[in-house]
Design a protein around this ligand. Structure first.
Ligand SMILES: Nc1ncnc2c1ncn2[C@@H]1O[C@H](COP(=O)(O)OP(=O)(O)OP(=O)(O)O)[C@@H](O)[C@H]1O
Ligand SMILES: O=C(O)[C@@H](O)C(=O)CO
Length: 421
């Protein structure tokens, strides 16, 4: 039997976030890093999440990579496809949410899908098409300063329309609250009006679960990880603790943080205050050719035997902006990602087997550098952030968690270890 749900995620932390919600809803989930080169075989899973790093690449490349993932997932027997992007709708005016969603619709021969980024467990809600992060509109949240995808408009109908060929509509909260039949009716009305992509309001987890049955008929659904909460029940799958079990963890521990999000800035400061030995990676020093990676690893050598160490490039928005003005945003990003990926490799050589990574782009760079191609999803540390187990190329197990920038409580970097046994 093939898999039920095939998922394509546009970044690596987002993929584990989605996998985490599917596991919590009872699905057995395998996450692959990129589209596997081999055709699917022997997958003991209800869902596969293909993690891409396509959020900030040119739209045409994101489309090509997503279509490749789609072909693999269809070969694995996927009965429905889910395209996962950020709960803060991270994108630019060129995409990549609209272009990828439309290309997937075309490839599936479908004419309509939803765009439902809400993840109320993490404070992301959508009302009248406007995205809120906690109590703030998206455009007034820390996301307005994001280095790669600054979000300056909270009206998602407008944001998605700007990056889509087709017409964008809205399923508003009154319809969602009225239940799946009302949602189905609204889908039909939107279709009749020529709408191909529709933002869906959701204020609570209950809203996301309630729309679940209405999504069963769509070949493609798109959204944040919250959309996963209502899908497994469409196959009669119910929550089970077994879905989240991982092998026992051991080995040295480290934190690598390349996220510049508001939450991560707080978490780094908190870890430093808590006495975690910490090394700051400075982009301008890397650009000047200074041996920053070697220094970070020498620092790790001095501290690893006593407990977790933190290597971070995380900085406040003004500092990030000033680096970007000097180096260019994507050049600075690439430079830091490369350096942190090199540090990750060095840490594995130093017997680190428990690793916290913060930031979606950073996680992508680290996981690829480590040669990890598949993750098993374990228990949740905080909403959207599970521990995962991966086989290193030598066969040893690495326990790793990929934390989205804005996820996790302020003490995440010190408490994460407690939920790993
Ligand atoms: N001090 C810095 N100056 C400039 N750029 C930085 C700095 N530190 C990190 N970066 C870059 O900023 C980007 C941060 O993106 P990343 O996705 O890793 O984190 P995030 O955006 O905070 O988290 P998420 O995408 O999970 O919400 C990366 O490309 C990273 O290399
Ligand atoms: O949806 C989210 O907020 C996260 O999974 C994510 O994608 C952040 O990069």
């Amino acid at each position: 039997m093939g898999i039920r749900l095939g998922c394509i995620a546009d970044d690596f932390t987002g993929a584990t976030d989605l996998a985490n919600n599917l596991v919590r809803a009872g699905m057995r989930v395998v996450q692959t890093i990129n589209t596997p080169a081999e055709p699917p075989s022997g997958l003991a899973a209800d869902a596969v999440v293909v993690a891409l790093k396509s959020r900030t690449i040119p739209a045409a490349d994101a489309v090509a990579q997503s279509l490749e993932a789609l072909a693999w997932l269809r070969a694995a027997g996927a009965e429905q496809i889910c395209f996962k992007y950020c709960s803060t709708f991270d994108s630019t005016s060129d995409g990549n949410i609209g272009p990828v969603a439309e290309a997937l619709l075309d490839a599936l021969g479908a004419d309509f899908t939803v765009a439902a980024p809400a993840f109320p467990d993490n404070g992301r809600t959508v009302y009248k098409g406007h995205l809120f992060v906690g109590d703030e509109l998206l455009s007034e949240s820390g996301m307005r300063d994001h280095p790669l995808t600054p979000m300056t408009d909270a009206n998602l109908v407008r944001v998605l329309q700007a990056q889509s060929r087709g017409k964008v509509g809205l399923v508003d909260h009154a319809v969602v609250a009225a239940g799946p039949d009302a949602v189905r009716e609204r889908f039909s009305a939107l279709r009749a009006d020529g709408v191909s992509l529709s933002i869906v309001d959701s204020l609570t987890t209950g809203d996301l679960v309630r729309i679940g049955p209405a999504l069963a008929e769509l070949p493609l659904v798109t959204g944040g990880s919250g959309i996963a909460l209502g899908l497994p029940a469409n196959w009669g799958i119910t929550p089970s603790a077994e879905a989240a079990s991982l092998p026992a963890a051991s080995g040295r521990a480290a934190i690598l943080s390349g996220s510049v999000s508001t939450a991560t800035n707080g978490q780094v400061q908190r870890a430093i205050r808590a006495g975690v030995p910490s090394f700051a990676v400075e982009p301008l020093r890397i650009a000047a050719g200074e041996p920053v990676v070697a220094e970070a690893l020498a620092f790790a050598d001095r501290h690893l035997s006593a407990g977790p160490v933190l290597v971070y490039s995380t900085a406040a928005p003004e500092a990030v902006r000033s680096v970007q003005e000097r180096l260019g945003a994507s050049e600075a990003g690439a430079l830091v990602e490369h350096a942190l990926a090199e540090v990750a490799r060095g840490l594995i050589e130093r017997e680190v087997r428990r690793l916290v990574v913060a930031g979606g782009e950073t996680s992508g760079a680290v996981v690829q550098a480590l040669g990890v191609d598949q993750l098993r999803i374990g228990a949740q540390i905080d909403p959207g952030v599970p521990w995962c187990a991966a086989a290193l190329p030598g066969g040893e197990t690495l326990h790793i968690t990929l934390k989205s920038g804005n996820f996790g409580t302020p003490d995440f970097f010190t408490k994460a270890w407690e939920s790993l046994r």
